[in-house]
Design a protein around this ligand. Structure first.
Ligand SMILES: [Zn+2]
Length: 346
């Protein structure tokens, strides 16, 4: 391919900041595929390595989009998601026809000299919006894999030249080098590379690098160390459908004597709080749960026993967070303290 270096003056384009509510459409292009294996070496095929890496990159961006606490919001177009042939022009068409904002091609490098190694990233021109993204990818990839830094470069690769948007091409490392191949073919290293490309994209759009959090459940049962209640609360198994090995019950009374569940929340964010109780006709029809944010939610414990019931969604900071169940409600009933589940961040 002829190398075009005829742009004496490259346009310097401002990179606009992206707030979370906005979306950049990013085309991810795993090189080769189908009948074209790309480079081969050390028992690996480039087409397989870069497809796996590209899909992991997409997964990170999807996670980032789902997590509103940081990072960005991304709309992802893949030139291929399976092992199929896509022509070079076909790849450009996919990006161009979808009006993607960025095009990011992912490859493994190769050389007949198996000692050649390291990471390099390309844009069509420099300086340019594409080279800004290119430089950030190179920085993040060196940080992620710590392979030889071969630098940021320009080239007139077909997909860089014929895509209408700022574009990059990552040569992650050499499939033909035994040391590099540990990274190119290693599933966890491919994931790290995908994450590095997400960080680069976040930085390119003026956002701080952010690792999206996957929502998890934090459950405190009445048998867990995070649970506490006075001796006026008694353990029972008389009504079935309890969480864990039993539940605690207390006669309703106009005194302040709550049962409480405390969970150590590792990451700040929005969480759903769920409660589990056992239902019976002697339960409080208006049992007052006090959420970590201080709001009180009244539930009818005569119904919906033996399941998680949503109390509400609260914003929690990292650290110990407590939900309480008060006994101060209509007299003549029992309040049931079984388990509390915090689910998030989301
Ligand atoms: Zn390639």
């Amino acid at each position: 391919m002829t190398i075009y270096r005829n742009l004496a003056i490259a346009a310097l384009c401002a990179v606009t900041a992206l707030s979370w509510s906005q979306t950049a459409k990013v085309c991810i292009d795993p090189g080769h595929g189908g009948s074209d294996p790309g480079a081969v070496g050390n028992g690996q095929q480039e087409k397989t390595n870069v497809l796996n890496t590209g899909l992991k990159f997409k997964a990170w961006l999807d996670k980032d989009t789902q997590d509103s606490n940081g990072g960005g919001s991304w709309n992802i177009v893949m030139t291929r998601s399976t092992d199929v042939d896509v022509s070079l022009q076909g790849r450009c068409d996919i990006a161009n026809n979808n009006n993607c904002n960025r095009f990011m091609s992912i490859h493994n490098n190769a050389a007949s000299d198996t000692s050649a190694n390291g990471t390099e990233t390309y844009s069509y021109t420099a300086p340019s919006t594409g080279s800004d993204l290119r430089d950030k990818i190179q920085t993040r990839m060196i940080e992620a894999w710590n392979r030889t830094n071969r630098g940021s470069k320009t080239a007139s690769f077909y997909v860089l030249r014929y895509t209408n948007m700022p574009s990059t091409l990552s040569e992650l490392a050499f499939i033909t080098n035994a040391g590099d191949a540990v990274y190119t073919g290693g599933s966890s290293w491919q994931d790290v590379a995908g994450k590095a490309h997400m960080f680069a994209l976040q930085n390119h759009y003026g956002l701080a690098a952010y690792t999206p959090q996957t929502a998890q459940s934090y459950i405190v049962d009445n048998g867990s160390s995070g649970f506490s209640a006075s001796s006026s609360w008694f353990a029972s198994t008389s009504v079935s459908g309890y969480y864990g090995s039993n539940y605690h019950a207390r006669a309703t009374e106009a005194v302040s004597d709550p049962a409480q569940w405390t969970a150590n929340i590792p990451t700040s964010g929005s969480y759903q709080v769920y409660a589990w109780w056992t239902a019976a006709t002697n339960r409080a029809p208006s049992a007052p749960y006090i959420l970590p944010n201080g709001s009180t939610v009244y539930v009818n414990q005569q119904a919906n026993g033996g399941q998680w019931n949503l109390l509400g969604t609260v914003s929690l900071s990292a650290g110990n967070q407590t939900t309480r169940l008060s006994c101060w409600t209509t007299s003549g009933y029992y309040v049931i303290a079984d388990a509390i589940r915090y689910y998030g961040p989301n």
